[in-house]
Design a protein around this ligand. Structure first.
Ligand SMILES: Nc1nc2c(c(=O)[nH]1)N[C@H]1C(S)=C(S)[C@@H](COP(=O)(O)O)O[C@H]1N2
Ligand SMILES: [Mo]
Length: 320
């Protein structure tokens, strides 16, 4: 009989403690007190915003053990206090500003080259999907990385629901647009709304994951609630947050970053340590919270899942 010894980093991390139950109660109490001081309509809106997440009972989702890490999970406090979410400002410290993100009602539109255009309420969508937890590495194009316990469902399940036509070549995803809620969107020279895209083959790949939760509970606002993408073999900017639309098209989508600076950010954006960004090396990465630098891996270490997608495309700009 074998005794399988796990190395330290292979030990499954504890799931979230019941701490979030306690936190939620505090939030509701604080919201209730503040609501008393507001006009009735505002107070009602405030109370609705403070209601517990309607899908909260679905977490923690069962972990899919197929996805393992080569480093410890980044602490939740660190992950939710060092973010990119330009809708709420261009600094890394947008956690407070992102609290203005209003999560309900939230409707997801599926349109373009599909059998039938659909609009689905986020709770209906989440409840018809098989939720699971996956440990993924995340590599930002700025050469830092984290390791995150995402919960959600494969993008492939959404494709089944969307029924794209065979003429569709890409899925183009869009973030909400609401400058009164997201002050970054008042910067009208930026190409709002945030857009990202994948080929249909990339979208159908098992690694492409739609995130609805993190750390054993609904995903936080600053991490892109209530629905964000995780495509861990690509630079982080491909993982679009707070999605409101999936549009199926035969035109290659132009992403936010490409629209802003095409010489630095392209469509594919696969991780490759040997191809530097025009302004810095991609050879290594800073593991946020661990005070450690490590070599970056080709496809961020996910080559066995995705390398086949790019056969015959060697002439394309796959690494930017
Ligand atoms: N809508 C939207 N999605 C976004 C971004 C953004 O600014 N807006 N930033 C991207 C970048 S550059 C990264 S690295 C990741 C950061 O995700 P995190 O804050 O959960 O670590 O989100 C990506 N998705
Ligand atoms: Mo990023």
């Amino acid at each position: 009989m074998y005794v399988i010894r796990r190395r330290g980093w292979e030990i499954p991390e504890r799931l979230a403690t019941p701490e979030h139950l306690f936190l939620d109660r505090r939030v509701v109490l604080a919201g209730g007190a503040a609501a008393l001081a507001l006009a009735p309509a505002a107070a009602l809106a405030q109370r609705v915003a403070d209601l517990p997440d309607p899908t909260k009972d679905l977490y923690p989702a069962k972990r899919n053990e197929a996805f393992t890490l080569d480093r410890p999970i980044t602490e939740e406090k660190i992950n939710t206090n060092y973010n990119n979410f330009y809708e709420f400002g261009s600094s890394k410290y947008v956690g407070k500003a992102a609290q203005a993100l209003k999560l309900r009602p939230w409707t997801v539109k599926i349109d373009g080259m599909v059998e039938k255009v659909q609009e689905i309420g986020i709770d209906d969508l989440i409840r018809q999907m098989p939720l699971e937890e996956r440990l993924y590495r995340h590599r930002c194009v700025e050469a830092w990385s984290m390791a995150i316990p995402w919960s959600g469902f494969p993008l492939a399940r959404l494709l089944e629901l969307a029924k794209p036509l065979s003429s569709a070549k890409y899925v183009r995803m869009e973030t909400f647009q609401n400058p009164s809620m997201a002050p970054g969107q008042k910067q009208s020279w930026l190409p709002w709304p945030y857009v990202e895209g994948l080929t249909m083959a990339e979208a159908a790949n098992d690694l492409a994951f739609l995130v609805t939760g993190t750390y054993g509970k609904p995903v936080s606002k600053v991490q892109g609630a209530p629905l964000r993408l995780a495509v861990p073999w690509k630079y982080g900017f491909k993982s679009i947050k707070s999605i409101v639309r999936f549009n199926f098209t035969d035109q290659r989508p132009k992403s936010y970053w490409e629209a802003l600076q095409a010489s630095e950010y392209g469509f594919w954006a696969n991780v490759n340590p040997q191809v530097p960004h025009p302004r810095w090396s991609q050879a290594t990465e800073e593991l946020i919270g661990l005070n450690e630098r490590r070599p970056t891996l080709l496809f961020n270490g996910y080559g066995e899942y995705v390398a086949d997608l790019y056969k015959g495309l060697e002439k394309e700009r796959l690494w930017a």
